[in-house]
Design a protein around this ligand. Structure first.
Ligand SMILES: [Fe+2]
Length: 473
């Protein structure tokens, strides 16, 4: 049943409706990051009677969870930045071939509680600690579920049913900031994290979170400026630092910019190589051509070189400062030599793609397959892709104009030995019905019909990142 919502929310909901021909949903906005399926939804719902098409693999028992911005309250459309909307987590619980529930919940902050009512969650931090929406990713670690974001705001622990539990300091072990993109080392189960916060000045902080859920080491790394570092890559030797020319801009911050990180042509783009157990003085740097990287697909050691595959943006937040929309993200391979400083860059595929994912037991290791959301104009997510690094081929599944696909998540089949033996899960928006579903494909047959679809009676706005979190990890 929907939770009670203020009247103005109900009125806003009524403004979103199907067009007469049921083929195109128009939700115009002066801000492209509030239009179409980026427009927020206005209710929290719990649904236990879900329609299923196909057969959900019986071995999948757990939750598919996905986070994303969903602003609540009065929105300043001119100023709104896609990265700053209040976080909303969407979840689908699977259990032995059944879909038990769908839930969506705003991640509670004081601001969200002021708008929706209710008591703000307890916090492990002083009142002045940075606190903005944990809207970017959601991970399970050490038996807990965390909604996470970068730039200084701490992890927010959620219950199994997605209610906000507390603003966490990881049992007193987290020095200050976290990130939206920890990388789990398959050899250790530990999470490697690169964090930043404008108030530190020109430095970032690298963390290693143990399998017990506590930070076991941190390293402060000085930089020439204050770059926005959204993600990191790891190899068996290194943690990679993306020191790229989208940097903190004090004037923008003073003027109240939604996100005060702008493109800076004068900033030297480079990638740092920190030995996984090293210190700041051990970091080696390799210069690259100007670009911006939100998301690596993977990286691995190859002799003295490191291979890095990532979605390469030509620039970020230069003229468009409300979201990423300044040139196609192109899957690119760099071969980087931390000893000699040599770098070489080649295009993997010129088809625009983002949100790269892989079989996560191969993080930091040589690998063959990656999965992405194809990205169209205005960062519209349309196709679902599978990249084969061995053959250079890209399978692109398009169900346009009906479905647009979100980030794909690869879930391995238990006991499977082939790298792509498993399923690709993705939320998709059905523009005919203006609802969403969770589609599951055999990763070895992405062009075939989905093996299962969990149909939701509501729309899930395009968001950021999700994960399959099995009940028994
Ligand atoms: Fe991201």
């Amino acid at each position: 049943m929907p939770n009670a919502v203020p009247m103005w929310l109900a009125r806003t909901t009524a403004a979103s409706c199907l067009t007469e021909d049921m083929t195109t949903i128009e939700r115009p906005s002066s801000n492209p990051f509030l239009a179409g399926n980026l427009a927020p939804v206005h209710e929290e719902v719990t649904v236990t009677d879900l329609r299923i098409t196909g057969t959900i693999p019986t071995e999948l028992t757990g939750r598919y969870l996905r986070n994303g911005p969903n602003p609540v309250g009065d929105i300043n459309e001119a100023k709104y930045h896609w990265f700053t909307g209040h976080g909303m987590v969407h979840g689908i619980r699977l259990d032995a071939g059944q879909a038990k529930w769908y839930r969506n919940r705003w991640v509670r902050t004081k601001e969200v509680c002021d708008i929706l009512g209710g008591t703000p969650p307890p916090s492990d931090w002083p009142a002045k600690h940075p606190s903005f929406p944990a809207n970017t990713n959601i991970v399970g670690h050490a038996g807990r579920t965390y909604a996470i974001v970068e730039a200084g705001s701490p992890p927010v622990e959620l219950s199994y049913d997605l209610d906000t539990v507390r603003v966490s300091n990881l049992e007193g072990s987290l020095p200050f900031a976290f990130s939206a993109h920890p990388k789990r080392n398959p050899a250790t189960g530990e999470m490697h994290v690169m964090t930043y916060y404008w108030g530190w000045g020109n430095q970032v902080q690298y963390l290693v979170v143990g399998v017990d859920g506590r930070v076991r080491r941190h390293v402060d790394i000085p930089l020439p400026g204050g770059p926005m570092i959204h993600d990191l890559a790891i190899t068996e030797k290194y943690a990679l630092i993306f020191d790229l020319p989208c940097v903190f801009n004090l004037d923008a911050a003073k003027s109240g910019a939604g996100l005060p990180y702008y493109w800076d042509r004068a900033y030297e783009p480079r990638i740092g190589f920190l030995p996984l157990e090293g210190s700041a003085s051990d970091v080696k740097w390799v210069s690259i051509d100007p670009c911006y990287i939100f998301h690596p697909m993977n990286a691995y050691d190859d002799g003295d070189e490191v291979v890095l595959d990532a979605a390469r943006h030509p620039r970020m937040f230069d003229r468009e400062q409300r979201g990423p929309s300044e040139g196609d993200p192109v899957l690119t391979r760099w071969r980087l030599n931390p000893t000699t400083g040599a770098s070489r860059e080649t295009v993997i595929s010129d088809r625009p793609q983002e949100f790269p994912r892989i079989r996560e037991s191969l993080i930091g290791r040589n690998y063959r397959y990656g999965y992405c959301a194809g990205v169209g104009a205005g960062f519209a997510q349309d196709t679902l892709t599978k990249v084969d690094h061995l053959t250079g081929g890209v399978i692109a599944r398009s169900d346009q104009p009906r479905f647009g696909y979100g980030e794909p998540v690869f879930v391995p089949r238990a006991g499977g030995t082939a790298e792509d033996d498993g399923w690709v899960m993705a939320l998709r928006h059905d523009t005919y019905s203006d609802t969403s579903d969770l589609a599951m494909f055999d990763a070895r047959a992405l062009d075939d019909d989905p093996v299962a679809v969990v149909h939701l009676p509501v729309r899930v706005p395009n968001g950021f990142h999700g994960n399959w979190i099995p009940d028994i990890a």
